[in-house]
Design a protein. Sequence first.
Length: 124
Amino acid sequence: MTIQELYDEIDGDYDQVIRVLRMDKLVDKHIRKFTKNNVVENLLEAGETLDPTQMFETAHALKGVCGNLGLKGLYDLASELSDEFRPGNERQRTDDEVKAVLDKVRALYEKTAAGIAAYEESNQ
């Protein structure tokens, strides 16, 4: 599997990641690190208590990582959550609605992680 095929499989934005990282070798290096990074797990843990500071910080961190890696779906969900919990903003969603967004994050992350694992397996 090529890096472009991986991005097609995980609904990523290959053009975006190339604009940021400039070459497939760097995309390969950083996409392999994504599932070893705890940023998604940290957000999901923060979602258990919905602590506003933790939610903002972890969602904002995920937004940055996903923006750089061209992981548009996860970026969009993280952006929604970081806006929801941004200091000074009034919450617009109920806790149940936030938890539904977190469920979407979990599902999309699992799809992305599975795609990355298949990519790694095919490129050892």
